[in-house]
Design a protein around this ligand. Sequence first.
Ligand SMILES: Nc1ncnc2c1ncn2[C@@H]1O[C@H](COP(=O)(O)OP(=O)(O)OP(=O)(O)O)[C@@H](O)[C@H]1O
Length: 240
Amino acid sequence: MKVILEMKHATKKFGGLIANEDITFSIIEGEIIGMVGPNGAGKTTLFNSISGTHSLTSGHVIFDGTDITKKKPYEICKLGIGRTFQIPQALNEMSVFENVLVASLNRHQSISAAKEHTKKVIAMCGLASFIFMNAGDLNVMQKKRLEIARALATEPKLLLLDETMAGLSGVERKEAINLIQRIRISGITILMIEHVMEVVMSVSDRVVVLSSGKLLAEGTPEEVTQNQQVIQAYLGGSVH
Ligand SMILES: Nc1ncnc2c1ncn2[C@@H]1O[C@H](COP(=O)(O)OP(=O)(O)OP(=O)(O)O)[C@@H](O)[C@H]1O
């Protein structure tokens, strides 16, 4: 078993506010890890520290054996971490194909190789029928898929998914879960922030729970749902 990501005593402060405090956990290659916690718990802040949007106040992020704590987002992307954003960040005036191609060019120097790769990623994400549509004209589900496609096009070893299920219907969620499982089968490790508990519990190998900036618990979905601290601090009652 190879550790692909290690958070070591990760602390992030914004002035007097401690958004992440002394967070330590590891992710094993091939896992799907669910990250849960109430609004403001510090989940997105942790994603931002991993992907280089900002750097930690103290502590370390080790990815695939390299200390990436102080690296820039484009360097972290090159090393193999892709991410999506809670609010899709696509270039609305460009087509689905162009959006994914831009991301693919991060990895491929030749345009023809980048185009080939773009087509594969678009097909994998179920967007083939919308390939020439402008990103701004897609519906919520398609925008979420495009967000994932743009991250996948950079050929990550680790994919960070930020609330992929938000705003999706039950049927759309099932399709999104399907896509996440296909991504894992293709060999990519996944860390996902998710508020929809049934999704977290059904797809995650392990779950990490944040509360008020701290790591409250980690374990299998069964373990965390039986953890009294989690039930009280996060859910205020039953998890089921
Ligand atoms: N750039 C920033 N400057 C100042 N405070 C910030 C910044 N980013 C986040 N925070 C604060 O840090 C805390 C953690 O926020 P964060 O967005 O990480 O939580 P979250 O768990 O992702 O919440 P949600 O589920 O609502 O997205 C919050 O109190 C937030 O207001």
